[in-house]
Design a protein around this ligand. Structure first.
Ligand code: MG
Ligand code: MG
Length: 272
């Protein structure tokens, strides 16, 4: 079901979104070489409890997971990209860490993810992170009344294609509001001008994710952590966005975040 939200309901989601942004800012601040993923999990758990928020992941039991998820954040390192199960792992120099979190406050949910590098960054890791951030901003830019869902999917794919990264279509974005996953599904690849007409009040979690050299994925034995099938490194960027009469409203924008823009002529792809 696709539920359009009133401006007042969107403002309540924005309250949640600001908290999600704070959590991801904090994760970026404390994630460093020598920090254990379980320390991050417990730190975030404390923030959620103090805020009186509710984790959307705790007890999450989709068909693919092995038993309910018993953590409040997804932490995916290097070739892991989605649903990374926090475990006893100490971050090393140059690790790529994707953090993804969704919580509810007073019944309204927001969902966001970011990818960071701890320690010394490798150029190719910075590049794929940049690609997901630019793809996300391109998707947000077309999240406007009168456009269609396919415009969002096409915008994401076009950036990935220009960078030369393949796109997996098994996992993508989604509607969001009273629960984490609502209709519609937002594929990270699609045809412009096709699909659901975008209307004010539609709230979407847009989430491009990429692996450097494959569009195929494999699952860890834990049934949760999803990795690139060839072990290549990955990145994931996500925001919860409200379509309004005016400009798209990013409900999970971090205070220190500068939206990624696409300088023309920088890429060697077809649009360069
Ligand atoms: Mg998410
Ligand atoms: Mg999501």
């Amino acid at each position: 079901m696709i539920e359009l939200k009133t401006p007042a309901e969107i403002e309540r989601m924005h309250v949640t979104g600001r908290f999600v942004a704070e959590v991801l800012t904090e994760v970026g601040r404390i994630a460093d070489v020598g920090v254990n993923l379980l320390d991050l999990e417990h730190h975030v758990r404390g923030m959620i409890e103090r805020r009186g928020a509710e984790s959307c992941y705790w007890d999450y039991s989709p068909s693919f997971g092995r038993g309910p998820f018993r953590n409040v954040i997804c932490l995916s390192v290097n070739d892991a990209v989605l649903h990374g199960l926090p475990h006893d792992y100490t971050l090393r120099d140059g690790d790529v860490l994707s953090a993804d979190i969704a919580v509810g406050i007073d019944g309204w949910v927001a969902d966001s993810a970011r990818t960071i590098i701890v320690g010394t960054p490798a150029e190719e890791d910075l590049r794929i992170i940049r690609a997901t951030e630019e793809a996300l901003e391109a998707a947000i830019e077309v999240a406007r009344p009168g456009n269609r869902l396919g415009d969002i999917s096409a915008a994401i794919w076009e950036v990935a294609h220009d960078y030369g990264y393949p796109v997996n279509t098994e996992f993508g974005g989604h509607g969001i509001g009273r629960t984490m996953h609502e209709g519609p599904h937002v594929a990270n690849k699609g045809r412009a001008g096709r699909g659901l007409m975008l209307r004010p009040g539609l709230t979407l979690a847009l989430e491009p994710w990429l692996a450097r050299t494959t569009d195929r994925i494999v699952y860890d034995p834990d049934g949760w952590t999803i990795r690139s099938a060839d072990g290549s490194r990955t990145a994931h960027s996500e925001h919860t966005v409200a379509i309004t009469e005016d400009a798209p409203l990013v409900l999970t924008r971090r205070e220190s975040e500068t939206p990624a823009t696409r300088p023309t002529g920088r890429l060697s792809g077809r649009n360069a």
